[in-house]
Ligand binder design. Structure first.
Ligand code: G4P
Length: 531
């Protein structure tokens, strides 16, 4: 048994684009000492988002930030920060990433409040009761009323809120922040908020007369009244409620000016939960979950990234270790294929570089280079037949027929499409009749990415053409005869996914519903989870 995992904090930052996720990521790395250069991250536009927000940091700094995971140490804790692509079209990828974290930071723009993407990501966190820390960013700009923002989080997300840090003035009046939990004031080092990096001064309480002199504000009385209301008018901090996902501590701050970033980092270390037990499929008699201190090593692949280095055809599977003490060189069994895989070159993604992972425990993120042995959703374990659940495939909302420009390259194309599907970037369906195959995606942007990657990485050109189908339903049900009868009767509209599971190809959502009504003995499933 190992308890080394107890200091791991595996988390993600969720936000609407432009709220400040990239800036906060960089400032967290700075505050932890993982990177040392000061400066701002500048990169704009959709192209950046289509890959990752972190690419911007990588380009700016020339450091090896992967686009999916980053590990850093601070004050005795090991932080594993996972990237969640901000673009709405990549929600499946984001969903899967959120299955690999134990907590999340929700970044909200103080001028905008809760936006659509924030809410969607929050809902995913709520499904799994992931504890959320709220960071209300950009208080150095004119924004909305602070109490209105707090109430919006409380009302719209149905959470108890507990302000931990309060800004002293906002916008042009921003003077610094007051740490309500520790009674100290955070001020810019040189007294000018346009400069960065705060200094902290311990006080007795918000009434401490030194505060008047320190911030020299004319409206100090208003600030004191607001702080009192913030302290008294909201739910007191309660670790249990936070960890159960019903209370969110709130930090007002400015990522750009590095205000309250150190406090945020400190409190992730202090309050965010260590690795939690994980659910497994029903076939493991007797057990519903695996505890992080279970002796047998296990983990699951939540993401596969191909061709990270254009000079090598490498594929890296990102594995969240869930139990045991993993050691380099170990052989783990991939449940889906029942094949043992010797893991000789596992990688940790540190903020500055990649390192060989000699040992890893629950909560750690390990990159495993492979040539196709691992796909998204796979479980690796020392135990036979173990399968983690909760990483579903979603019914695509766009289906295209793959038409090859050069028919001689059919084999290469199929290989490329399956590789993309294993990354979780798209799904591939092979119809029962005919030689075509179809690709399914959730968002239109993914189609452009697939076409571009087929040429750039696999040297094959294809047209993804409209084919009349819009979505699929996985066919299931207790009565196999009913399913088989449906498949035989509807051969023209049945295909297999890459695991061989039958799907119904529907021309519209309506048609999918109609088929479901007419075939009560068959289940038409919008998501498929491997168990
Ligand atoms: P994202 O990853 O969530 O999409 O957001 P990102 O960090 O890229 O920030 C979006 C914009 O908001 C950037 O400005 C960034 O500088 C700015 N920003 C982030 N945090 C703060 C903050 O605390 N205060 C203020 N005032 N601005 C903040 P940009 O104009 O798009 O880019 P840039 O030219 O300023 O770099």
């Amino acid at each position: 048994m190992t308890d080394a995992y107890l200091n791991r904090r595996t988390f993600a930052i969720i936000s609407h684009p432009d709220a400040g996720k990239t800036t906060l990521t960089e400032k967290l790395l700075l505050a932890s000492g993982a990177i040392r250069l000061a400066g701002e991250v500048k990169a704009k536009g959709d192209r950046r988002r289509a890959r990752s927000d972190w690419l911007a940091i990588e380009q700016k700094r020339g450091i090896s930030v992967t686009t999916s995971a980053m590990t850093f140490e601070h004050d005795g804790a090991i932080f594993n920060l996972l990237d969640t692509p901000g673009h709405v079209d990549f929600s499946e990828d984001t969903y899967r990433t959120l299955t690999a974290v134990d907590s999340a930071i929700m970044v909200i723009d103080a001028a905008k409040g809760i936006e659509t993407q924030t809410r969607k990501l929050f809902e995913v966190c709520r499904l799994r009761d992931i504890p959320i820390i709220t960071y209300i960013n950009k208080v150095d700009r004119e924004g909305r009323d602070l109490f209105e923002l707090l109430d919006e989080v409380a009302d719209q997300l149905a959470l108890d809120v507990c302000p931990r840090v309060w800004p002293l003035g906002t916008g042009g009046q921003f003077k610094g922040c007051y740490d309500l939990a520790h009674d100290r004031v955070l001020l810019p080092a040189d007294g000018d908020v346009s400069g960065a990096f705060g200094k902290t001064i311990e006080l007795d309480n918000p009434d401490d007369p030194r505060l008047d002199a320190l911030i020299g504000a004319d409206d100090i009385a208003d600030a004191r009244e607001a702080m009192e209301l913030a302290r008294e008018g909201y739910t007191p901090f309660d670790l249990k409620a936070f960890r159960e996902g019903t209370l969110t501590p709130v930090y007002f701050g400015s990522a750009l000016k590095e205000f309250t970033v150190a406090e945020l980092l400190r409190d992730i270390g202090k309050f965010a939960p260590p690795p939690q037990p994980r659910k497994i499929g029903p076939q493991q008699a007797g057990a519903e979950q695996v505890s992080p201190d279970d002796d047998a090593v296990s983990g699951f692949v939540f993401k596969v990234q191909a061709n990270m280095d254009p000079n090598h055809r490498d594929r890296i599977a990102f594995v969240r270790i869930c139990s045991g003490r993993f050691k380099r060189g170990m052989k783990l069994k991939v449940t889906r294929t029942a094949k043992a895989l010797a893991i000789n070159a596992p990688i940790f993604f540190m903020a500055q570089d990649r390192q060989l992972a000699e040992e890893a425990v629950a909560g750690d993120i390990v990159g495993i280079p492979n040539h196709g042995a691992l796909g998204v959703g796979d479980t690796l374990s020392e135990r036979d037949g173990l399968q983690y659940t909760g990483l579903p495939d979603f019914a695509p909302e766009i289906i295209r027929r793959v038409r090859l420009d050069d028919p001689m390259k059919a084999k290469q194309m199929k290989r490329a499409m399956i590789a993309l599907a294993e990354e979780g970037a798209s799904q591939v369906f092979t119809p029962v009749l005919g030689a075509d195959f179809y690709v399914g995606v959730v968002g239109a942007l993914q189609l452009d990415v697939i076409e571009a990657r087929l040429i750039a990485e696999y040297g094959v050109k294809a047209t993804l053409e409209v084919c009349g189908y819009e979505t699929v339903r996985w066919l299931g049900g207790d009565n196999e005869v009913d399913v088989q009868t449906f498949v035989t009767k509807n051969q023209g509209a049945v295909a297999h996914d890459r695991y061989g599971a039958p799907v119904y190809l529907a021309r519209s959502q309506w048609e999918a519903g109609y088929a479901e009504d007419k075939n009560p003995g068959v289940q038409f499933l919008k998501t498929r989870e491997r168990t």
